[in-house]
Design a protein. Structure first.
Lengths: 121, 172
């Protein structure tokens, strides 16, 4: 019985560790996707400025409070605008950015089709 | 036929690239934070500077009143420069000045205030900078003019004469 209890406790502790680790990974992932607004060219994760350090703490707090990744992005977007996110959302300013790779892919496919497949026939 | 297709394709691609660079390089890449994105003040609970008692934002900000919230720190040099403007603001009625002490040591902050006089009606403490982020702030110094629980003006960087008169006009 005692053994069972110990095993249970150990399992519980291990589970907590996994939970924490997941949170940590998500924290890193989120901060890597945030632009450090006062040190351009760096993500919040890479930067050591006061602003970035505070943001790291805030992201951790929000995750501990049970915020989802998306909710944190929305929260920060409301405060600082779209620019803080590295991955721009699809809107009228960014549609070209998002569609360009697809367009190029289609164009490339068309070239291949034209040059190699249709020619053989 | 093949050559024609290839040249037109290259031509098209170069036009594309040219357009992207033309548009992209002309656009300033510096983020201008002048436009306030969220106007409503955030709600938070925070420690007071002199007695460490927690206070909520609802208790601090009344509806029908102008507030000037100034983010400052003793280690921030521009804060020293703008301090005289805060003292000038203190002389105006109708305006309550709130200081947010940003990532500072309590002792240093107190020395700073003893040296330059304390213009604040209330000082709250932000040890880790998270309150400043709730406000959408970038660093120190930064000043917000608040009325009716809404941010009506946001000043990034130190105050100056022009801003002083502008704010004075706004609160008339």
């Amino acid at each position: 019985m005692k053994l069972l209890r110990i095993v249970l406790v150990i399992l519980l502790i291990l589970n907590f560790n996994v939970l924490k680790a997941e949170n940590k990974n998500l924290e890193i992932e989120i901060t890597k996707n945030l632009r450090c607004l006062i040190c351009q060219g760096q993500s919040v994760y890479d930067s050591d400025s006061e602003f970035a350090n505070s943001l790291k703490i805030l992201v951790k707090q929000k995750l501990d409070d049970g915020y989802e990744e998306k909710e944190i992005y929305n929260f920060l977007k409301k405060k600082y605008g779209e620019w803080i996110l590295y991955e721009p959302r699809f809107n009228k300013n960014t549609y070209f950015l998002w569609l360009l790779p697809i367009l190029m892919f289609v164009a490339g496919g068309a070239i291949i089709l034209k040059l190699f497949i249709l020619k053989k026939n | 036929m093949k050559v024609k297709f290839l040249t037109s394709f290259i031509f098209l691609v170069s036009i594309c690239i040219f357009l992207i660079f033309y548009k992209g390089l002309n656009k300033s890449n510096i983020y201008s934070p002048d436009n306030i994105i969220e106007k409503k003040i955030p709600s938070f609970s925070v420690k007071q500077f002199y007695n460490n008692i927690k206070i909520t934002s609802e208790e601090i900000f009344d509806d029908e009143k102008f507030y000037l919230m100034n983010i400052w720190a003793s280690w921030c040099v521009p804060c020293r420069e703008e301090h005289r403007f805060l003292l000038k603001f203190k002389k105006l009625d109708r305006l309550e000045i709130i200081g947010l002490n940003y990532k500072d040591k309590n002792k240093n902050a107190k020395t700073f205030l003893n040296e330059l006089k304390d213009p604040y009606d209330l000082i709250i403490v932000d040890d880790d900078g998270t309150i400043a982020i709730e406000w959408g702030a970038y660093g120190v110094p930064e000043t917000f003019l608040i009325y009716d629980k809404k941010i009506i003006k946001k000043i990034i960087g130190p105050l100056n004469d022009d801003l002083f008169f502008e704010i004075k006009d706004l609160i008339k």
